[in-house]
Design a binder for this molecule. Sequence first.
Ligand SMILES: Nc1nc2c(ncn2[C@@H]2O[C@H](COP(=O)(O)OP(=O)(O)O)[C@@H](O)[C@H]2O)c(=O)[nH]1
Ligand SMILES: [Mg+2]
Length: 227
Amino acid sequence: MAQVKVPIVRNILQANERLAAENRRRFDEAGIYVFNLMSSPGAGKTSLLERTIDHLSGRIKMAVIEGDIQTSYDAERIQQKGVQAVQINTDGGCHLDGNMIQQAMDSLDLAHVDLLIIENVGNLVCPAEFNLGEHDKVMIFSVTEGDEKPLKYPLMFQTSSVLLINKIDLLPYVDCDLSKVRDRARQLNGGQEVFEISCRTGEGLEPWFVWLEGKVRERQSRRSARA
Ligand SMILES: Nc1nc2c(ncn2[C@@H]2O[C@H](COP(=O)(O)OP(=O)(O)O)[C@@H](O)[C@H]2O)c(=O)[nH]1
Ligand SMILES: [Mg+2]
């Protein structure tokens, strides 16, 4: 069985890589900075987007692609903030792929957008395997998940440029040793930016906003240099 399955999986990933590269070309031509936000379900992805939109709106034009197995709850949460959002329903699929992003882009007006955020399906495994054409993968890990998770689910930690450790307001109530999370993540990925945050209280979010705005401005300056 394994001999049959392995080439098929490889082909799927190769086809996805081609689509991701096409997406990246489109993003770069338009001068849009794109990040792919990943986590297990409920770690706080949409909450982070709401906080980020509140902070950047008025200065940076944003659009959001939401991925969920079902429902349009998250796209509605984003639209309530006055930001254009499109919902992809994977209908059982556990991750987004390059093709889904291509289709979603066709429903967005990206002409004046500076920042496109893709909220992936809540899942600590498969989203990390599929590139979407993003510039960075960003992951959220919440302290309620347990400090051994970097050891059990290494790929997402290895592939993400940024690790946001969320729900630090809950630290007094959960058995999560933050230093273990930090050390284990660092062993997997020494170049990762780490921010400790609470989307509930707002604590720790400022450095994340600064990092993100820096990335957006960098893309904008490349766009202006070409014009
Ligand atoms: N206590 C606490 N709850 C949070 C925090 N961030 C998100 N939540 C809650 O966690 C739940 C899941 O959040 P959501 O943003 O929908 O997670 P997603 O599934 O990753 O998009 C919601 O009930 C949020 O209110 C936080 O920093 N602290
Ligand atoms: Mg969500």
